[in-house]
Design a binder for this molecule. Sequence first.
Ligand code: F3S
Length: 395
Amino acid sequence: MYLTREQEKMLNGEYGWATAKAIELIIRVGEALGADRLIQVKHAHVSGVSYSNIGKYGLEFIVDFYKRGGRARVYTTINPGCIDYSGFSTIIDNKYMSEQKVIDDALIGMGFKPVFTCIPYYYRPPVQGEHLAWGESSAVIYANSIYGALTNREGGPIALAASITGYTYNAGLHLLENRVGRIIVKLDPVVKNTPMGAIGLFIGDVVKKTPVLHGLENIDFSELKILLASMAASGSHALAIIPGITPENTYRVEVEEELTIEKQDLEKYMGESLDLKHKSTSSVLGYLGCPHLHPLELLQIVELIRKYGRVRRGSLLLTLPPEYLDKYSFLINELRARGVDIAAGTCPVVSVFNKKKYDYVLTNSGKAAFYLRRIHGLKTIITSLREVIRYICGY
Ligand code: F3S
């Protein structure tokens, strides 16, 4: 692989141990993927930071980089950890408070922005054509497909290494030749009333090459966020081409196949039946905010809760970036007064919570449903955001 003089100096340890290790890691992965050189990144987003997921060894990896001089050379944001930073939630258990604090202190010490969210594009929307090194599959697919930015689906260590060096390897989705839509996926008009979370899980599971999605005209950004995150959860997708939305000149299309999604394809991805009438209502957890809520979604939820009154069945959990606690305190206070549980900077997938309390999770997120089933063994039902609120408010 070609290295500049600066990159050689990094590798030789002239910028310290952490930089040398970081660039070595990137070079190794790059060589395995056939990269010819390294490229500068504008923004790194570091995932894999929740103690409840990475445990003791992950903690030591991060702290080691910090103690041995690792510092951000580019703008870097941090994914959610396992702590509710608001202290409001009665659902999320802050069991690993002290361990997570050690991780957070090391990340902040390295100069990373403590946003603790999976929607880094809310803080710094990427620019078309710029190179990123992002972890967090839902953010990666959003950056590539909606903004036309260029990022692979990185693991936490590579995103951290890219932050410390300012570089990543020139391969995968950084190259136009790999951003090729090959399977046209059409949504049958009847399917459009099906929750996007279920459609996303189906596409992720069934479509194995980059899809070109037709039939998504007039879809709102919130639904798009849910669709893409769900695809990236059940599949390895990092890019979906949506004509009219994905910026031109950031992809090519070479059609090999066409697929039309029909109603019956989606049944198994919806989860349990929505008919919860005969089930114990106290054991239902409504969950919204995977990926974390955007302010517009928060506003939409507030309006719906006002319309339906308050939480009357089970619990309703919302997860969002910690920044909203001050910025939108008036909305959050109102939601809490109406019985809504708020957790900031985390989510039930990357944290600890009392899952025994719940038989069912009712959510609009295919990603949340996918992981809550797999990791926590919970039964899940995917429906629309409006239906989650209606049910939980007793309608
Ligand atoms: Fe974010 Fe947790 Fe979902 S990190 S994308 S809310 S699984």
